[in-house]
Design a protein around this ligand. Structure first.
Ligand code: AKB
Length: 316
């Protein structure tokens, strides 16, 4: 049985990863941590919850020792669009927080999951069927921190034998917690607005293709990579994981199959547009498939049906 610490547990991925892990490993074996105190009571009371800043090593060490942690999910990060507004803070949190956890792992020996992202790629990366191993010259600070994170995780594995693993997530679409400050956020907001107002103003241009993934696949990828047989892993960190690729008109058309009167307008956010244009249209995830059996379950129609179903009940 694992003893797991999830850092950044109140965020978009953490708030759904924690309950999923608790279902598998037991409530008391999964410790949720975040800097937030305004956490919902049900989430907080379902298992241990610790207020920890990723930059405060002593608090991290305390929790890891107290709960005999053998696996850490490090989900703390500033996303791509907010990162551009405060690049030094993005570096401090995304890279500083990761180094803290890796240094503690060196002493206390535990496995570390760190998500990378499509944001690790840049304009010179091949945009279609983006290979696992390719040119990585991101032009956002978020991307720079993600490449640095991938390399640090590889380094700590090679040099110190820390069991580091990770995936490159696409934009994640979910119906529990909103993402905060990403380039792909439009693909979540569109569903909320479709239900509430039957219209949406998109901040990316028509024709902007990006990889996206529904939360159940995202959670499964994070759990499966940590359960994978290490002898089969040639890459370990930063596996491309793909599920669907679409541009704004395609998601709007899918929503119109359920809400025919849905309207979409555009008001382009130049920062987000520039970032999106530097990211892949569609990644090739063959390595994840071959090395640990990754396979997505949700495509755009299946996700849209579920999103609209869940949100129409939630937003009633
Ligand atoms: C973002 O848009 O910044 C994130 C990501 C793709 O990593 N959702």
């Amino acid at each position: 049985m694992k003893n797991i610490l999830v850092m950044g547990a109140a965020g978009q991925i953490g708030s759904e990863l924690v309950p999923a892990l608790r279902k598998i490993y037991g409530n008391s074996n999964v410790v949720a941590s975040d800097i937030r105190t305004d956490i919902n009571e049900e989430f907080k009371n379902a298992g241990p919850y610790e207020i920890i800043d990723c930059l405060e090593s002593h608090k991290l060490v305390q929790a890891i020792v107290e709960y005999k942690i053998d696996t850490v999910y490090n989900l703390v990060a500033l996303l791509s669009a907010v990162g551009e507004a405060q690049p030094q803070i993005a570096w401090k949190i995304n890279v500083g927080g990761l180094i803290n956890i890796l240094e503690i792992a060196r002493e206390l020996k535990f496995a570390v999951f760190t998500p990378s992202s499509i944001g690790a790629f840049g304009l010179s990366t091949p945009h279609d069927n983006t290979p696992q191993d390719t040119i990585m010259r991101p032009n956002s600070i978020y991307g720079v921190t993600k490449v640095a994170g991938e390399l640090l995780c590889d380094y700590y594995f090679q040099k110190y034998g820390i069991d580091t693993r990770g995936v490159r997530y696409p934009g994640i679409i979910s119906n529990v917690t909103l993402p905060g400050g990403g380039t792909t956020d439009y693909a979540v907001e569109i569903y909320y607005e479709a239900i509430k107002n039957k219209k949406y103003t998109c901040n990316l241009k028509p024709g902007t293709y990006l990889d996206m993934m529904y939360m159940p696949d995202c959670i499964r990828a994070g759990i499966e990579i940590m359960e994978a047989d290490p002898s089969k892993l040639k890459h370990r960190n930063a596996f491309n994981v793909a599920a669907m690729s679409f541009e704004p008109e395609m998601i709007a058309a899918e929503i119109r199959k359920h809400i025919p009167e849905f309207e979409m307008n555009y008001d382009i956010d130049l920062v987000r547009q520039a970032i999106a244009e530097s990211w892949p249209n569609k990644m090739d995830d063959t390595c994840a498939h071959e090395e640990w059996g990754w396979k997505h379950e949700y495509d755009l129609p299946k996700m849209t049906e579920d999103m609209l179903n869940v949100l129409s009940k939630k937003l009633k």
